[in-house]
Ligand binder design. Structure first.
Ligand SMILES: Nc1ncnc2c1ncn2[C@@H]1O[C@H](COP(=O)(O)OP(=O)(O)O)[C@@H](O)[C@H]1O
Ligand SMILES: [Mg+2]
Length: 233
């Protein structure tokens, strides 16, 4: 049984249909990449899974139970945490306060607490009393990742965590994801950066205009097929 499964997942903004029946599975401990151009529907997919957009009960299940249409707080409590697009830190809060926010929705014992996150990202410990807005983009991304980890999620969703960051910083962030996976969480990384996605994923889904156009293991997918699935044509 998959940890997360979506079946025929649709999503609408008024009359505009953003998702046309997405079928996807993520197994326990798996790393999945979802790639797709700007506007493909990646963030909408994550919003549906986390309850920020409505879905029907039969469309999404987590650990064998329906979460389609459940409230965001209940989905977080069940073990799905997200690093949202653009990080969405609380600007008036310090680094440490932003991290602690992540602990409210789901209080379970697990590998991740403040000390573990500071071991993962030592710079955040040094800066823990500073305003989150005073950090660099990469450091802010570390805070956003740490905040999601504070819930000790069973499934971590990451929305374009490499966007706008320098290559060396992206490397640091993705190395941290290795450590996160080693503690057992399944991860779904949403990326426009195809190479980054292929280098970390067990399996890849490509989205184009609200549909899955390709799915498979990176080693089994040719560059041509990926490009066609990503850009259409
Ligand atoms: N709040 C919204 N209102 C109307 N349309 C939206 C809204 N958010 C996203 N869309 C549209 O839904 C489609 C998918 O967007 P999105 O899920 O953000 O794509 P991605 O994350 O892959 O860039 C796009 O066509 C986008 O314009
Ligand atoms: Mg997006």
């Amino acid at each position: 049984m998959a940890l997360l499964e979506t079946q025929g997942l649709t999503a609408f903004y008024g009359d505009f249909q953003a998702l046309y029946g997405i079928d996807m599975t993520i197994d326990e401990g798996e790393t999945i990449a979802m790639i797709g151009a700007n506007g493909a529907g990646k963030s909408t997919f994550l919003a549906s899974v986390t309850g920020l957009r409505t879905a029907s009960p039969e469309m999404i299940s987590f650990d064998g139970r329906s979460i389609g249409g459940a409230k965001p707080a209940d989905i977080l409590a069940a073990g799905i945490a997200m690093v949202p697009e653009g990080r969405r830190l609380f600007p008036s809060l310090s680094v440490e306060e932003n991290l602690l926010v992540g602990n409210y929705g789901r209080k379970v014992r697990g590998a991740w607490d403040l000390e573990a996150i500071y071991r993962l990202f030592p710079i955040l410990k040094e800066r823990r009393h500073q305003a989150s807005t005073s950090l660099s983009g990469g450091q802010q991304q570390m805070v956003a990742l740490g905040r999601a980890l504070m819930a000790n999620p069973r499934l971590l969703l990451c929305d374009e965590i490499s966007l706008g960051l320098a290559p060396a910083v992206i490397k640091d962030i993705y190395q941290a994801l290795d450590a996160i996976r080693a503690e057992g969480a399944a991860t779904l990384v949403v990326e426009q950066n195809i190479n980054q996605a292929l280098s970390v994923a067990d399996r890849v889904y490509c989205l184009l205009e609200g549909r899955v156009t390709l799915e498979g293991r990176p080693a089994d997918l040719s560059r041509e097929r990926i490009t066609a699935a990503y850009f259409g044509g």
